[in-house]
Design a protein around this ligand. Sequence first.
Ligand code: AFP
Length: 355
Amino acid sequence: MVDAQQPLVQGERSLDRDCTTLSRHVLQQLHSFSADAQDLSAIMGRIGLAAKLIARRLSRAGLMENVLGVTGDINVQGETVKKMDVYANEVFISVFKQSGLVCRLASEEMEQPYYIPENCPIGRYTLLYDPIDGSSNVDININVGSIFAIRQQEGEDDGTASDLLQNGRKQIAAGYVLYGPSTMLVYSMGTGVHAFTLDPSLGEFILSNENIRIPDHGPVYSVNEGNFWQWEESIRDYIRYVHRHEGYTARYSGALVGDIHRILFQGGVFLYPGTVKKPEGKLRLLYETAPLAFLIEQAGGRASAGTQDILDVVPNKLHARSPLIIGSKEDVTLVESFIQERDREQDERLMAAKR
Ligand code: AFP
C-alpha cells in the first residue's frame, strides 16, 4: 500500500521544487486564495509570460531580421529608441490586454500611461515598467533586464494618472527579470525576496532561491567612473576612499538589473549619483529606482537618494528621475556619510559667512 506521506521516488524534493511555479508561489506568500490574491498571482503570471516572450526574442536576436539596432526615434527621455525597446514595451501591453487585471500601464517608452478601459472597472492595478533596461547591451549580446512594479489605483483617475505620484512604499509588488545565461525573475510582495529561473524545457519559471538576504557588506562598488568629473565632491570622496582601501572591486555592466543582481547575492553598492548639473541623475524613480529599492529593502539592504531613502521620495511627474545609492546596508550608509560630511562643511561655511 502506498503511504501518501512518504516519498515515492528519490529526488522528491527536487520534484516539489520543480512544481513551485511563480503563480503558485505568490498564493503561498499571500496565504490566501481570495479574489485579490488570485488577481496578484495572475498578474505575476502575466509578467512571467512577458519575460518569456522577451527572452525568446533575445535568444534568437542575432538570427532574426529587424530585432537589433535602433528605430531612429527618440523617446520621452530624449534617448535613442532600440527596436527591442519597442518590442518589449508592446509585449507587456499585449499580455495585459483583455486580462481584466491591469487598468493602466506606465513605461519608460511611453510619454503617457496606456489605458485599458475595458479592464478598469475590475482591475484597479497599474503596472509600471522599464521593458528593456540596459538596452545598449542588446546589440552586443550582453545581459539586459526588465524592471516592474505594481501599484493600486487610488481614487479616481483624472486622466493624468496623478495618483501614481506617490512614494515607493505604496508599491504592492516589485521586481526584475534578468536576461542572462539563464532568465531569472526576482520579485517581492513585501514578504521577502524570491528568485525564479526559467526552465526552457518546461517553459516555466521555477523557484530557485527563496528569502534571499543581501550581505550587510560586500566588496563590489558599481558605478560609471567616467562620470567622475561631473559628480559632487562627496561622491568623489567616496570613490577616492575605495581606491585607497583594500577589499574593494569594481563591476559595472551598463545594465542596472545585472549589477543589482550581483549585489543582491554577493553584497556591495551600486551608485548612479546626480551631477552638479543634473542633481537627480539618470535613472527614473517610478519604474527603475523605486522598484529596486523595494526589493533590496525587502532583502535587508538599503536604497538612498543621498539624503533620503528612495522609498520616501515623492515624484513630481511620471518620468521623474532620482539619484540612486543601493545595496548592502553598511556600504550605502558609508556613501551617505561622505554626503553628510560635505553637507555639514557647507552649512558651517554658510554660518561663518553670515557671522
Ligand atoms: P539604457 O537602457 O539606455 O542602456 O540605460 C541603462 C541604464 O538606465 C541602467 O541600466 C544603467 O545602469 C545605466 O543606464 C547606464 O548608464 P551610463 O551609460 O550613463 O553609465
